[in-house]
Design a protein around this ligand. Structure first.
Ligand code: SF4
Length: 395
């Protein structure tokens, strides 16, 4: 008997995480794959009384397997792939005269804001999909590796973010007729699933992500914190632009938690002017000042949540005033402990380009890994007008 039928036969809409539990118990021949965002592993432990800032990558992977997932891939791999595409897109814009500043596009909260409130900046958004969507867009590749039909895979993304639930519904993300990510659950919902199933998170062993699509670099890991996308992109863009090995890995000038930060990075033949923004209020201020000609950049990273995804709306709630700092330190510790710290040196990324994508920013890459945006400002105004009229009519 389906748990989602009420006693009188009416069907109610169960939360996604409850539906998923039911589906994992009744797989009907489908292969269930989970992917895990960079910031989930530094926050999930808090739901089970672990110290804030604990890195729980191994237990997180084990927990997903105990829930019944057949494979657990890492969104950090998707972040490495995003960097490959975004860094090459930036280089193309810098050298071929494209629209600058280029804005990052991995945060759906920010992308929605540009489409709805600042559509004049749409050409500035990178066309590269977010790590979650880029990861799922390689569905055909991993389906072939696993020997299953792409439509027989159920792809579930464990995310720090509620806006990601809306992002997976974008029609322009569909690849060859298939919606690439089927479901999103937040960190808190993931914890609820474990609690309901009586899985003792703290006592789980440490397990590894599945391969391929499980190996990632330290650059992919730092996507979870404000400034991380910029730093990861610089590590790859510098080497591709100058043709020389990067003299340092840490760009301390782009780190920190201030709302708007800026830096100038020496790219040998030119200085790259960059800005990093977190929080929607700060993003609006920055856009206004760019429009007024008060600020001028080549590359801008924007994350809608304070601190970036470590402070996302789907993360555990905490009363600890230093929670963002603790999670940020945990993210940077993953990078420091990584053997590979540049996205373009990840062997599984190199293999993916060799076997499937070809050139970064090339024809196949654009088909699978890039997207476009639409002006939604008029629809937003119409919606606002109709809600004002409805509330006035109701008085
Ligand atoms: Fe989602 Fe916030 Fe991260 Fe943006 S910054 S992707 S809204 S969690």
């Amino acid at each position: 008997q389906c748990a989602y039928l009420c006693p009188v036969g009416a069907i109610y809409e169960a939360p996604t995480w409850k539906k998923l539990l039911h589906m994992l118990e009744n797989k009907n021949g489908k292969v269930f794959i989970a992917q895990t965002a960079p910031s989930v592993r530094v926050a999930i432990g808090e739901e089970f009384g672990m110290e804030p800032g604990t890195v729980s990558t191994g237990k997180m992977v084990a927990a997903l397997r105990r829930l019944g997932f057949d494979y657990v891939f890492d969104t950090n791999f998707g972040a490495d792939l995003t960097i490959m595409e975004e860094a090459h897109e930036l280089l193309h814009r810098l050298t071929k005269g494209g629209v600058l500043p280029m804005f990052t596009s991995c945060c759906p909260g920010w992308v929605n804001m540009v489409e709805k409130e600042f559509p004049e900046f749409i050409p500035n958004l990178s066309t590269t999909k977010s790590p979650m969507q880029i990861m799922s867009s390689t569905r055909e590749y991993f389906a072939k590796k696993l020997g299953v039909a792409p439509e027989n895979i159920v792809m579930v993304a464990v995310m720090p973010c509620t806006a990601k639930k809306d992002e997976i519904e974008r029609s322009q993300h569909v690849v060859n007729g298939i919606k690439v990510t089927d479901y999103v659950i937040t960190t808190r919902e993931f914890a609820k699933m474990l609690k309901l199933k009586g899985i003792s998170f703290v006592n789980l062993p440490e397990e590894k992500h599945d391969s391929p699509l499980g190996a990632s670099s330290g650059a992919g890991a730092i996507f979870g914190v404000t400034g991380g996308v910029m730093e990861a992109a610089l590590r790859t863009a510098y080497e591709k632009f100058t043709g020389e090995k990067l003299p340092r890995l840490v760009f301390s000038e782009v780190r920190g938690l201030d709302g708007i930060r800026e830096a100038e990075v020496d790219f040998k033949t030119r200085k790259l002017k960059v800005a990093i923004v977190n929080g929607t209020g700060n993003a609006k201020k920055l856009l206004k000042e760019i429009k007024e000609g008060k600020r001028n950049y080549d590359f801008v990273e924007v994350m809608a949540c304070m601190g970036g995804c470590i402070g996302g709306g789907g993360q555990p709630k905490s009363l600890d005033p230093d929670i963002i700092k603790k999670r940020a330190r945990a993210i940077y510790s993953i990078d420091e402990m990584s053997v590979i710290r540049r996205s373009h040196e990840n062997p599984e990324i190199i293999q993916l380009y060799e076997e499937f994508i070809g050139e970064p920013n090339g024809h196949i890459a654009h088909h699978y890994l890039h997207t476009y945006y639409t002006d939604r400002s008029k629809a937003k105004r119409r919606q606002e007008k109709s809600s004002v009229e409805k509330s006035a009519g109701g008085k």
